[in-house]
Design a protein around this ligand. Structure first.
Ligand SMILES: NC(=O)c1ccc[n+]([C@@H]2O[C@H](COP(=O)([O-])OP(=O)(O)OC[C@H]3O[C@@H](n4cnc5c(N)ncnc54)[C@H](O)[C@@H]3O)[C@@H](O)[C@H]2O)c1
Length: 440
């Protein structure tokens, strides 16, 4: 790892932003407090010049290490240690560090996801990774706890961890942004209020991505209402292609596959080509018409068509709510797994004849769905992070009616956030309250 890649700057960052770098060049300069001595230490953060040759840096690091050792209350564990550049050369996979931002990093979903990212399960066993964790002001201390757990896990591929609450700092140069953090829906809170509160978060994060992220950053919005949050985010990031933004409907796809497998009496790996159309809400449309079981149309395998038309859809739509009743909290582990699935679907080629669901920006879709919203549709990828829409799907009257309903809901949500996407004043005429209890 070249020093330049550490992005060292002779500057002070005036935010609650703290680098816990395993590469640790940020942790050993004389005056710097890489330290974990307390929240106050995190407010002002000096970094060092990158103009030193590695051997000079090593020499400085030895000196600084002594200083660090004499100030135990200023430093925290492994991130105070100097990094051995020689060892890096010997073990290098030759792959450039991938920078991944995760918002809501102290939340329940992230608590599962971060460890999958750091382990190599998501981007591959030879891919070194930098995790840039974004939290809210309230969760800053919890973020430190998350960083400590990552530290204690000794993941060989995890080269850098930083935590902060300023998206303009955290999103710097990121190639992936997994936007999970959002306000939950409080008791008595109208859905329109939630759209506004969370919409503002995603407007700000869109602006920050636009300003500082990699121009080819891929964004997956998880925080609800995720489709409209993704729309707000992309509208506030005009210099990043709209195609790079996704809202997560992969959990819904996975749930639908599971229900079909249960009904058909087959293991779930036999179920494929499952599209979720539309919104991640109870208007979503799990498509049994185009899905397959063991390569056959679902209706050829499951003869109980009444179940398909009347029960299956509701089971998928309400799965999250039922889980909350059992668990007392919303699904976190399976959501994290579905985020991994969503990333891997974009970074590995889709097998011939298959597809996956993702809510993406409608901009020339072949299904007659309204343009300029974020709508879940069937996608395929060559594995380069990009996707194309699947053309050869059948849409019958049953499916069309339901697609129109979820489309109407998304268009109403869009009108409700007009003030956040540069389209004048908001008019909130939401067709009904379709969120699952506790899902927000
Ligand atoms: N799309 C899906 O399939 C799906 C599935 C499950 C949950 N969700 C949604 O994901 C979101 C997170 O769920 P969770 O269970 O992890 O919630 P959580 O409440 O456990 O965690 C959310 C975290 O986000 C943080 N946060 C709040 N505002 C923030 C901001 N502006 N910037 C950064 N962080 C911020 C909070 O402090 C908290 O730590 C919720 O909106 C939930 O409804 C989506």
């Amino acid at each position: 790892m070249a020093m330049a890649e550490l992005g060292l700057k002779a500057s002070y960052s005036k935010t609650h932003h703290r680098h816990l770098s395993l590469l640790s060049a940020r942790c050993f300069p004389t005056k710097q407090r890489c330290a974990f001595g307390g929240l106050n230490n995190a407010h002002y953060y000096p970094t060092i010049s990158s103009s030193l040759a590695p051997n000079q840096v090593q020499a400085q690091s030895v000196q600084s290490q002594e200083e660090v050792n004499s100030k135990h209350d200023d430093c925290f564990g492994v991130f105070c240690l100097t990094y051995d550049f020689k060892a890096e050369e010997e073990t290098s996979s030759g792959k450039k560090l991938i920078k991944v931002a995760v918002s809501g990093a102290a939340g329940m979903i992230s608590n599962h996801l971060l460890f999958k990212l750091a382990s190599g399960e998501v981007f591959g066993p030879n891919q070194p990774i930098a995790l840039k964790l974004l939290g809210s002001e309230k969760s800053f201390q919890a973020l430190e706890g998350v960083a400590m757990e990552l530290e204690d896990s000794l993941f060989p591929l995890l080269r850098e961890v930083s935590i902060g609450i300023d998206p303009y700092e955290v999103f710097q140069d990121v190639e992936w942004a997994l936007l999970i953090g959002a306000r939950p829906r409080g008791p008595g809170m109208e859905r329109a209020d939630l759209l506004d509160i969370n919409g503002k978060i995603f407007a700000e994060q869109g602006k920050a991505l636009n300003a500082v992220a990699s121009r080819n950053v891929k964004v997956i919005v998880v925080g609800n209402p995720c489709n409209t949050n993704a729309l707000i985010c992309l509208k506030n990031a005009p210099n990043i292609p709209g195609k790079n933004f996704h809202a997560l409907t992969r959990l819904d796809e996975n749930r639908a596959k599971c229900q079909l497998a249960l009904k058909a009496g087959v293991f779930y790996d036999k179920v494929s080509n499952m599209t979720i159309w539309g919104n991640h809400s109870t208007t979503q449309v799990p498509d049994f018409l185009n899905a397959r079981i063991d390569g056959l149309p679902v209706k050829d395998v499951i003869k109980d068509h009444r179940w398909l038309e009347e029960e299956f859809t509701e089971k998928v739509q309400k799965r999250g709510g039922v889980l909350i009743e059992k668990w007392g909290r919303s699904s976190a582990a399976s959501t994290a797994v579905s985020i991994v699935d969503a990333i891997r679907s974009l970074t590995t080629p889709t097998p011939q004849g298959h597809w996956f669901s993702s809510a993406v920006y409608t901009n020339g879709n072949p299904y007659g769905i309204a343009e300029d919203i974020v709508f879940s549709m069937p996608c395929r990828s060559k594995g380069n992070g990009d996707y194309e829409l699947v053309k050869d799907v059948v849409i019958d009257d049953y499916l069309r009616q339901r697609i129109i309903k979820t489309e109407d809901e998304l268009l109403a949500e869009k009108r409700c956030v007009a003030h956040l996407i540069g389209e004048g004043s908001a008019i909130c005429d939401l067709p009904g309250d379709t969120m699952l209890p506790g899902e927000m």
